[in-house]
Design a protein around this ligand. Sequence first.
Ligand SMILES: *[C@@H]1O[C@H](CO)[C@@H](O)[C@H](O)[C@H]1NC(C)=O
Ligand SMILES: *[C@@H]1O[C@H](CO)[C@@H](O)[C@H](O)[C@H]1NC(C)=O
Ligand SMILES: *[C@@H]1O[C@H](CO)[C@@H](O)[C@H](O)[C@H]1NC(C)=O
Ligand SMILES: *[C@@H]1O[C@H](CO)[C@@H](O)[C@H](O)[C@H]1NC(C)=O
Ligand SMILES: *[C@@H]1O[C@H](CO)[C@@H](O)[C@H](O)[C@H]1NC(C)=O
Ligand SMILES: *[C@@H]1O[C@H](CO)[C@@H](O)[C@H](O)[C@H]1NC(C)=O
Length: 384
Amino acid sequence: MAKRLLQILALWTFVIGIVQCCPELCRCYDRNGKHLAACSFNGPLKDLQEVPVGLPSNVSSVFLSSNKIKFLKSKSFINITQVTALYLAHNRIVTIERGTLAHLTQLVTLDISYNKIVNFPWEDLVNLTALHRLRMNNNEMVNLPMDAFSTLEDLEFLSINNNKFTTIVQGTFSALSSLSHLQIFNNPFACSCSLEWLRDWVATTNVSVPELTSIVCDTPENLKGMMVTNVPKLDCEAPAVTVTSQPNIEESDLYEGVMVILNCVTKGSPTPQVSWEVTVGNQNYMFPLPSTGEMNDKPINDKTTRNRFLVFRNGSLIIPRLSEKENGNYSCTAVNDLGKAEGGVKVVLTVSPETSSSTPGFSPPAESITLCCQKPGLERIQTV
Ligand SMILES: *[C@@H]1O[C@H](CO)[C@@H](O)[C@H](O)[C@H]1NC(C)=O
Ligand SMILES: *[C@@H]1O[C@H](CO)[C@@H](O)[C@H](O)[C@H]1NC(C)=O
Ligand SMILES: *[C@@H]1O[C@H](CO)[C@@H](O)[C@H](O)[C@H]1NC(C)=O
Ligand SMILES: *[C@@H]1O[C@H](CO)[C@@H](O)[C@H](O)[C@H]1NC(C)=O
Ligand SMILES: *[C@@H]1O[C@H](CO)[C@@H](O)[C@H](O)[C@H]1NC(C)=O
Ligand SMILES: *[C@@H]1O[C@H](CO)[C@@H](O)[C@H](O)[C@H]1NC(C)=O
């Protein structure tokens, strides 16, 4: 009787074992001492809509290509931590949840090419330091973070071609010390100053970068269709900012009611985007200067702040009548393709013991340059 029970028990475990061993539409088998799960090419009527549950935990290669999987959930591969090769090409994947891949630290080959991925969980790659081959081509990805591949020192093959990348930040490939083959063709590159490095890098690197004739500019209009490697030397200059003040804030006392003029002069090519940022008390104001439109004498800020600040297209910021409320940081930022520069001043009202709150006005020391305004029209009278 006991023997029979044991037999039933053994059979039962065996059945459970089979059930847990391999998902229904997959075939699992050992080859060369490794366990493989083949879940591809099931035929049109059996295409997988999602990653099957129950992949064997000792599996080292999983073939899921050519199915109709749309979504990778963070738990999809939770049990298969030994996997070294994961093939997911030719599916309909749009979304990969963050964390789906991060624990697959043994992965040597990852193929997610020919899907519809827009947002890839780049932070998951940080952990995949064993990767040798990464295929991400033929997707819809737009943004490639600069540090996306920063830990992949063993990566030999990388394909990001046929995506929607408009640029690749300088340094994106610099940690890939084992890289020998890089596919970047058929992306709509914006051939601006920030991509100029790529032309020079492709010309000198030992990495094989195939299909140069398909690595072309999509913008600007005058370079459209031109090979990135043929783009002429562009006129590129990193932005620079100089902020000056009248009166000179570092050398003068600033008394109540004084008019302070801050001038922001910028350099750079392409012409940088300029903005003033004002932090007074616990308030913060951003005044981006329009880059288009004619120069005129009208302040660009709206009425709600005009009694305190006047910001002009030419880069000047005027505090018509300084009071304690305008104490704070005034910083001017210039940004172009090559980077960002910032300059600023700290405005602090000089508190003089004679000036009590009941007697507004000011009594500048004789040697300081003070500017005052008679009327809000901002005509300046310079008193020395
Ligand atoms: C993996 O596990 C299955 C049972 O789930 C077993 O049949 C197979 O032999 C194992 N393969 C390896 C390589 O460990
Ligand atoms: C992972 O294993 C657990 C326990 O065996 C099981 O309940 C779960 O369904 C498995 N998940 C997947 C995605 O295979
Ligand atoms: C990344 O790898 C480390 C070390 O292998 C591990 O402790 C950590 O849990 C992994 N991160 C994730 C999100 O799995
Ligand atoms: C390319 O390889 C040659 C010979 O191996 C080496 O001297 C050179 O420094 C390499 N160039 C780069 C950019 O790595
Ligand atoms: C900028 O324009 C304003 C308004 O026309 C003017 O008051 C200011 O002096 C100008 N700044 C410079 C640096 O020319
Ligand atoms: C102004 O900037 C200085 C230094 O950057 C900072 O310590 C200070 O808190 C800032 N003040 C305001 C009002 O933001």
